[in-house]
Design a binder for this molecule. Structure first.
Ligand code: ADP
Ligand code: MG
Length: 694
């Protein structure tokens, strides 16, 4: 944890929690679980709610949930037999109240609160028959310490064994160590938003005076959230600037690419032309490109990449296109090699299947430069693969690669331009959050003439009817995907459900007609089943959700999704995108367990109305009812603790702009504000998640 670059003013906050008086070896792991390992993490652990503890004038006037009142102890009543609670009877002029203990009672209670002593008590009021009682009161204090009972008490997120009150004590101790750093935000923005200083904001969030103070909209909370967003955007803006500074070979637009484009059986869509121009701008700039091409399945990303690779070839540079699976790599190779060859550009396919002499020959072709375009899987970036002059790397479905694959790639392709492609459209506002360190091109228009996929929601009770229709369809040559339910509890139960479904379908449709793929299958076996489906040897491909995205099976026209209500909208859209690629009418059947909840109904309606992945992603974000329907966490979404990327969308854009401006005006962060920004940066210490893209 020792970081010599860390500003001294932050040292107290970067001390381990064990350095706090109240944290001993027993509770340290609990605090770490609830908050984190550092003092800083405690001050960033915000209360989630408040408890009001209003004073009751008298025992007879007790009403409501939680009350504070003054009483005199009358007597102690240890449990007459096991299983009954320990009771302390207390009273005032107006009546009696019992303090009840089911556990933790003992002689110490009698010592601490002897009969006749006056106490202030606070806790949740319960009626038990005619009795009024406080079960495990939160406070029993001598009258002279009454002010220790907060009228409004913040409630902190706890874990088993660690109470909110203990955590609060520690948070307050941590808070005392928080410095009052120089202001890192723009003064005009703070004034406009009515934000107080960072130190003051911390005080306010930890000393709420009303329910409104613990809502995300509370100004002090927004201030802290903005700091977090700004620090994150700054990290990404720096990363982006660093990448840009890397020199890369200039790749001009080429006649060869134009000829290739002219020879295509279709014209580029407007969006393809625009994104290609954006890519070409980067390639010709002399700075290293780091661009993400976002577009729905079927939007035509491959062609755009191919034209960029043709430009690279014309400039005497090699390109590598990496796909997440062997079958996808092969499909790309089949798409690209012909048109490229027609322009005199030689391509080869390299996957894990290449072994021995055949592989050696391909490696030689790459090392000598005899092959100009390499298409393949992560096999393209194994240690012994050498390129003569790699100028452009394209990663298809970039989010599906593991960190190691990406790192190998960035080692090998340090000087090459990078084009990452993703078929998961995300809302523009989240784009900054996820990919703020990349330039993003949006392919938001599909080739003309695509037929919309007729989408229907059907209750599970009508399953037999759906299977019957499916039988009819496949007897006339149709192919179908069948996505098996997502049980989520365990992979085993998912798998069992999928196997049972595949078996039932095989029985209904014919034993040779149904294949099954799932996450446990080795990837070669997955490829085999997929290939059998693509080549038409199987009519139905049953799959758990862990199936390969992006595989082209143009003959598949039916998509059945079981328990569709459990999937996120974006995921349903992705799945549906696998059909409707050919000339024929396609259908998507969303099977659901009735009755549908409101949100699930709204989701399905959105899907029925539109086929625009970007729009669907926006709606998904609006409809999200907690959880993670976009699957963002999986794709490395930053773990914000103060900000909520959905609620704070407006602030993200402001933060991104401001971060960029700060760096343009003061790249070395040497000005007074720059120095303060350095402190903020260290406070959050963000590592952009796409950093491993190189
Ligand atoms: P993506 O990778 O974005 O999912 P692909 O690049 O695989 O999409 O393209 C899907 C299909 O659309 C391919 O068969 C491709 O040849 C075709 N295609 C691409 N661009 C166009 C276009 N402008 N007009 C018509 N068809 C196109
Ligand atoms: Mg694709």
């Amino acid at each position: 944890m020792l970081d010599l670059m860390r500003p001294q003013i932050l040292f107290p906050l970067f001390a381990p929690i064990a350095s706090l008086k109240g944290v001993g070896p027993k509770i340290a792991p609990l605090v770490e679980k609830a908050a984190g390992p550092l003092v800083r993490d405690l001050i960033f652990t915000l209360p989630q709610a408040v408890i009001r503890r209003p004073w009751a004038k008298a025992v007879s006037a007790i009403e409501g949930q939680t009350q504070t009142l003054a009483v005199r102890i009358e007597s102690h009543q240890p449990p007459p037999r096991a299983g009954l609670p320990y009771r302390i009877r207390a009273f005032d002029d107006t009546g009696f109240v019992s303090l009840v203990f089911f556990k933790g009672a003992g002689p110490h209670l009698l010592r601490q609160h002897p009969p006749g002593s006056d106490r202030v008590v606070s806790g949740k009021v319960e009626r038990f028959g005619v009795e009024t009682q406080l079960v495990h009161p939160d406070y029993i204090l001598p009258v002279d310490r009454a002010e220790e009972i907060p009228q409004i008490e913040p409630v902190y997120p706890t874990t088993a064994g660690l109470s909110s009150r203990t955590l609060r004590k520690l948070v307050l101790e941590a808070l005392e160590r928080a410095p009052d750093p120089p202001e890192w935000q723009d003064a005009a923005w703070l004034a406009r938003e009515g934000f107080v200083s960072w130190r003051q904001a911390l005080e306010r969030v930890h000393h709420p005076t009303s329910e409104a103070d613990v809502l995300p909209e509370a100004p002090a909370r927004r201030r802290l959230a903005y700091d977090e967003l700004f620090a994150h955007q700054l990290a990404m803006a720096e990363r982006k600037a660093d990448r840009r500074r890397l020199a890369a070979t200039v790749i001009p637009q080429s006649l060869a690419a134009q000829a290739l484009q002219d020879a295509l059986p279709f014209a580029l869509t407007g969006a393809q032309a625009r994104t290609l121009a954006e890519i070409r701008g980067d390639l010709a700039s002399g700075e290293r490109m780091s661009r993400l091409l976002q577009g729905d399945v079927g939007a035509g990303k491959t062609v755009v990449a191919m034209l960029a690779m043709a430009d690279a070839a014309a400039a005497g540079l090699q390109s590598a296109l990496m796909a997440p699976t062997e079958i996808l790599a092969r499909q790309h190779y089949e798409t690209l090699s012909g048109p490229l060859a027609a322009q005199g550009v030689s391509a080869l396919l390299l996957t894990g299947r290449d072994k021995g002499a055949a592989r050696a020959q391909k490696l030689h072709a790459l090392a000598s430069g005899a092959a100009t375009v390499a298409v393949g899987t992560h096999a393209l970036f194994q240690d012994d693969v050498v390129y003569r002059k790699l100028g452009l790397t394209v990663i298809d479905e970039q989010h599906r690669f593991g960190v190691n694959d990406r790192r190998r790639l960035s080692d090998k392709a340090a000087a090459a331009h990078l084009l990452a492609m993703s078929a998961t459209p995300i809302p523009r506002t989240l784009e900054l959050t996820l990919y703020g360190d990349l330039d993003v091109s949006r392919l938001d228009e599909k080739p003309a003439g695509r037929k919309p996929v007729a989408t229907r929601a059907v209750p599970m009770a009508r399953l037999p009817e759906i299977v019957e229709r499916l039988r009819g369809a496949i007897s006339s040559g149709a192919q179908a995907f069948w996505i098996c339910p997502l049980v989520a509890e365990s992979e085993d139960s998912d798998l069992a459900a999928a196997e049972a479904r595949a078996a039932a379908l095989a029985q209904a449709l014919g034993p040779d007609k149904v294949g099954l793929i799932h996450g446990r299958l080795p990837s070669a076996a997955k490829d085999d089943v997929m290939a059998a489906f693509v080549e038409g040897r199987l009519a139905v491909l049953a799959a758990t959700t862990v199936v390969e995205v992006g595989v082209n099976a143009p003959n598949a026209t039916i998509m059945v999704i079981e328990q569709a209500e459990r999937f996120g909208l974006a995921q349903l859209h992705q799945l549906r995108g696998r059909v409707g690629r050919g000339e024929r009418e396609s259908a998507c059947v969303l099977l659901y367990d009735a009755p549908l909840g409101k949100i699930a109904q709204a989701r399905i309606d959105v899907l029925r109305r539109t086929d625009d992945g970007f729009l669907i992603a926006e709606r998904d974000l609006e409809l999200r009812g907690g959880g993670d329907p976009l699957g963002l966490r999986q794709s490395g979404f930053p773990a914000y603790r103060l900000a909520d990327p959905a609620a704070d969308r407006d602030m993200i854009a402001v933060a991104a702009d401001d971060a960029r401006l700060v760096l343009i005006r003061d790249p070395g962060l040497e000005s007074p504000r720059g120095q303060a920004v350095l402190i903020l940066k260290a406070l959050f210490d963000w590592k952009p998640q796409t950093a491993d893209l190189g």
